[in-house]
Design a protein around this ligand. Structure first.
Ligand SMILES: Cc1cc2nc3c(=O)[nH]c(=O)nc-3n(C[C@H](O)[C@H](O)[C@H](O)COP(=O)(O)OP(=O)(O)OC[C@H]3O[C@@H](n4cnc5c(N)ncnc54)[C@H](O)[C@@H]3O)c2cc1C
Length: 401
């Protein structure tokens, strides 16, 4: 699957940070992580931290999948509002998941500091605003629920929003004191580089031919006939996992994003906040650490990569039109526009854990708009599972939920 179009901003900005060798001999390891995106790099970090002999392989260059296309907003707010999630999975699970996403932003901040990453981790507030008048009542209910469970939120009226951010044509919104942003492409590279110093073995351009799963471990045969045997395999293969697991467990979407030129307009009022609205599909916006404005959304059902990429021009026009509506005075000059594939689950939650058809194997699939925060949660869940310990959130991430 072609996960993204060409020209995603972070790939262009960073270039090839580091290339790794491909596998050219037989390997034996305790843990084999398949997938070298943000998820695989976090999981490999956790495995090394827990003391396991670990190998990570990717069929592409490192971080050249969705991780190079992600807009990397770090939100505690799941695509499914807290009110709706409570209806779907109950109060305890819904609140615990919102809290876990909030905590994962701090975890990521601490981790990026610890490894001295230059991923530009920034703590931000988050404004979830009503795109239409009809959305206000439900958004106010959502606000009350978040407040009830102790999330640091305030309600802003449209005038407050205009005064604070210069944003017009909104109908009020929830301002949360939790959020962040990073350059996920860079963090992936920094994590792998840090952990190779600690013994992690990383290989790119390594294609799997077949895998034999048994309760004693896995035996992987590569396309060049080299073999890797491992006690446990952890798939961190993102949206391409639909090629491994044949169940109907995720809905694939095409999504679009664009960033403007550097320092087009004054960003002082925008730079400390993530913005997203109640439209379906929603539109989101943030500044980057190098002084650009990023806007994304316009999701539609995924058909194929050609159709997705052909729509980039039209989608960029639509995103820019919306930007003009809410920020009419902002001078936005499009510098990069790209498309990516994205996965949505019905409860907005990820799939993390074992699957009955794959012995000795775990999956960490951070689907949804919070893919990155879910991958951080995955570190803890997998760490527990490898030690045969139960994690309080694992039941919400099961494939058979
Ligand atoms: C435009 C866009 C905007 C987004 N915005 C946000 C956002 O604001 N916040 C957020 O949290 N998330 C966002 N996401 C989602 C986010 O990008 C993903 O959750 C995240 O990148 C997933 O990382 P990953 O490492 O799981 O997957 P990937 O980055 O795709 O990594 C998976 C890796 O596995 C490798 N692989 C796959 N199959 C195999 C195989 N069989 N053998 C070997 N290697 C294999 C691939 O080559 C790839 O490198 C966005 C996504 C897109 C496209």
């Amino acid at each position: 699957m072609k996960l993204r179009s060409s020209e995603p901003f972070w790939l262009e900005k960073n270039g090839i940070v580091k290339s790794y060798p491909s596998v050219r001999e037989h390997l034996k390891t305790e843990i084999l992580v398949v997938g070298g995106g943000i998820t695989g790099s976090l999981i490999a970090h956790q495995c090394i931290d827990d003391g396991y002999d670990t190998v990570l392989i990717d069929k592409r260059e490192i971080a050249h999948g969705s991780t190079s296309a992600t807009t990397s907003m770090l939100q505690y707010e799941i695509d499914v509002p807290l009110n709706e999630l409570i209806e779907q999975i109950g109060e305890e699970g819904a609140v615990a998941n919102y809290r876990a996403c909030a905590n994962s932003i701090d975890t990521l901040g601490k981790l990026s500091k610890k490894i001295k990453s230059v991923c530009g981790f920034d703590k931000k507030q988050s404004l979830y605003f009503a795109a239409y008048k009809k959305d206000v009542a439900a958004l106010k209910e959502e606000f009350k629920t978040r407040k009830k469970y102790g999330f640091p939120v305030v309600w802003l009226e449209p005038d407050d929003i205009e005064k604070k951010y210069g944003l017009r044509n909104t109908f009020g919104g929830i301002l949360s004191d939790i959020g962040g942003s990073i350059d996920a492409f860079r963090l992936t590279h920094d994590l792998l580089s840090y952990n190779t110093e600690k013994g992690l073995r990383v290989y790119d351009k390594t294609n799997i031919k077949n895998v034999k799963y048994s309760k004693y471990g896995v035996k992987v045969v590569l396309e060049n006939e080299c073999k890797i045997s491992a006690k446990k395999l952890i798939y961190c293969t993102g949206f391409e996992s639909t090629e491994i697991i044949k169940d109907n467990f995720v809905k694939l979407l095409s999504t679009y994003a664009m960033v403007g030129e550097q320092h087009e307009s004054d960003q002082e009022k925008l730079k400390d906040t993530l913005f997203w609205n109640t439209a379906d599909p929603y539109i989101y916006m943030r500044t980057t650490d190098d002084g650009r404005l990023l806007i994304g959304g316009e999701d539609e059902d995924y058909v194929n990569a050609e159709k997705r990429n052909a729509a980039i021009g039209d989608k960029a026009v639509k995103l820019q039109k919306y930007l003009k509506k809410i920020l009419p005075d902002y001078e936005f000059v499009n510098d990069f526009a790209w498309a990516g594939t994205f996965g949505e689950t019905k409860d907005g939650l990820p799939y993390i854990g074992a699957h009955k058809k794959f012995n000795s194997t775990y999956f960490v699939l951070g689907f949804g708009g919070n893919g990155i925060t879910f991958s951080v949660i995955g570190m803890d869940v997998i760490s527990n599972m490898l030690k045969n310990k139960k994690h309080p959130l694992e039941e919400y991430y099961r494939f058979d939920r």
